[in-house]
Design a protein around this ligand. Structure first.
Ligand code: FE
Length: 344
């Protein structure tokens, strides 16, 4: 070789050596970078417990889903993010569509998480149901047994909801499309709009409060908001909940619509093995209890039982077993249907 080609090689070799040692230093650091759109105080114990068991430190970046996704996209190949954690199948589906996730094959996850609650690249770790809440004075429970009943003209001027663009409503509508087709789904959306007591506004808790106050006769809510109020330490909230009845919808049909909290390993994850280890930890009995109970949700792992007075007060129910993948599939259609029906 000539001296000049050697000189040319040197910087490249040096760079390679530097990157090599940098990588092994990172690997030895035992760190996991978690981008989380789930902010529950109770999750602290969940993370602390992982660090205690493994010595792996968790760096948490918290933000809104869209901000975090935007940030991961902008960081590109240099993103320090190992894991994206969020609530709602629609949001997980969106990140999948952006090509941010990497498939994970894990015997632990496959045996612990039921097949309908996982895809090839994202996994659910807890579930919540979308239930019907009604005012005991103005609505009869037999009139609101199914989601389809919300379109019944009997309920004219009584139905309240958060926005039709919200992922919780989009996922519910996606499940209706999956089970009954687009025409039925649109009929339901139009019927609900015709029954509005007011234009959509606020969150699920606001709907429950408006139902209790009699401003609305009936609404839909995720179960953890109901459970939170049923477990409230405020006397006036407990009093308020006495006026609210809860129905598990579609019990003689497909069952109550289920949504999830979940996460995935990012394609650009600098600590892929550690990230998979964390996902497997989330599927463990102890982590499942922290993860689900902290937000009044159900563990994704069937064998894990949680004793939660708020959830128990709502009783037992049949859950829809529609694969979360299918919820993702019909998000766009669901939005088009809500738009066409004028469900803002
Ligand atoms: Fe929520």
């Amino acid at each position: 070789y000539s001296r000049s080609s050697c000189m040319k090689l040197m910087p490249a070799l040096l760079a390679a050596a530097t990157i090599g040692s940098f990588n092994s230093a990172l690997a030895q650091e035992k760190i996991l970078n978690l981008y989380s759109a789930r902010h529950y105080q109770t999750d602290e114990a969940l993370y602390a417990n992982f660090t205690q068991q493994t010595g792996i430190k968790i760096n948490r970046i918290e933000g809104k889903e869209d901000e975090l996704l935007e940030r991961i996209k902008n960081e590109g190949a240099n993103s320090p993010a190992d894991i994206f954690l969020t609530v709602d199948a629609a949001r997980l589906a969106k990140a999948h569509e952006l090509g941010l996730f990497s498939p994970v094959s894990s015997k632990v996850l496959e045996s612990r998480i039921p097949a309908h609650l996982r895809t090839e690249d994202w996994f659910s770790f807890s579930t919540r149901a979308r239930v019907i809440v009604y005012n005991k004075l103005s609505v009869k429970p037999e009139d609101v047994q199914n989601y389809a009943d919300l379109a019944n003209p009997k309920l004219q001027g009584k139905f309240c909801s958060r926005s039709g663009s919200h992922p919780y409503n989009l996922s519910l509508m996606a499940s209706i499309i999956a089970h009954q087709g687009e025409a039925k789904a649109e009929e339901l959306a139009r019927g609900m709009v015709a029954n509005f007591a007011r234009a959509p506004k606020g969150g699920d808790t606001d709907q429950i409060k408006a139902v209790a106050a009699g401003e609305c006769g009936v609404a839909i809510s995720n179960t953890y908001y109901v459970a939170r109020l049923l477990r409230s330490t405020k006397a006036e909230e407990l009093k308020m909940m006495e006026r609210v009845g809860i129905v598990w919808p579609d019990q003689s049909g497909h069952g109550a619509h289920i949504n999830v909290s979940g996460c995935s390993v990012l394609k650009t994850a600098p600590h892929r093995e550690t990230a998979i280890q964390f996902l497997e930890y989330l599927a463990s009995d102890q982590a499942q209890r922290y993860f689900a109970d902290g937000n009044n949700e159900w563990p994704a792992v069937d064998s894990v039982k949680v004793a939660n007075p708020g959830l128990e007060a709502m009783g037992k129910f049949k859950a829809d077993k529609l694969p979360v993948k299918n919820l993702a599939m019909y998000q766009t259609k669901a939005q088009i249907i809500f738009d066409r029906a004028g469900f803002k």
